[in-house]
Design a binder for this molecule. Structure first.
Ligand code: CU
Length: 183
């Protein structure tokens, strides 16, 4: 027998021992429930990638794209592009529910818990007069911010939310906001 096969058998044995050890009550308990939040954007690959790098925007926008200059102009006017959005805007969950946040857009976002909604770390994308909230300060040079990043096509799971209200926003596009109510 090869070493790999032996290792596999060992894993199988360990797995069945573990399964056997699970108390019946636990096995019958419903799996923890989950709720989904989707991050959306319609970045235009041509203009975004020309400015931000060849692989920045992966969007398949099919005509719904927003050019980078338009995104900046709308943010500066205080009327940010509604194509950049977390959906739904409000989530009601029970304590213990896992929140799955999926980036279905073309560019990276962050899902960052904040005490109060406010500006992100790129002043050019903040509403007029809006300042960077403390939780977004430093941008991706700040590990606390960087670890809340969600890349295109990936998802993060938020667990262990306490009862009460939790506010999340994108530190890049700060008009992307979600209020989570935990009962
Ligand atoms: Cu974003």
């Amino acid at each position: 027998m090869t070493r790999i096969t032996l290792a596999k058998l060992g894993l199988l044995a360990a797995g069945s021992m573990f399964a056997g050890a699970i108390p019946i009550e636990l096995a019958q308990e419903n799996p923890p429930s989950s709720a989904q939040v989707v991050a959306l954007d319609e970045c235009d690959p041509v203009t975004f990638n020309a400015a931000l790098g060849p692989d920045f925007c992966h969007n398949v926008a099919l005509g719904a794209d927003t050019k980078l200059s338009d995104l900046f102009a709308k943010a500066a006017a205080g009327t940010p592009d509604s194509g950049w959005d977390f959906e739904p805007d409000v989530v009601h969950i029970k304590k213990g529910t896992t929140l799955n946040v999926v980036d279905q857009g073309g560019e990276p976002h962050t899902f960052t818990e904040v005490a109060q909604f406010g500006g992100g770390f790129l002043p050019v994308l903040n509403a007029p007069g809006e300042t960077t909230v403390p939780e977004c300060a430093g941008g991706f040079a700040n590990v606390a911010v960087a670890k809340t990043r969600i890349l295109q096509g990936s998802q993060v799971q938020i667990t262990g939310l306490s009862k009460g209200e939790h506010l999340f926003e994108c530190c890049i596009h700060p008009w992307m906001r979600v209020r989570v109510e935990v009962k």
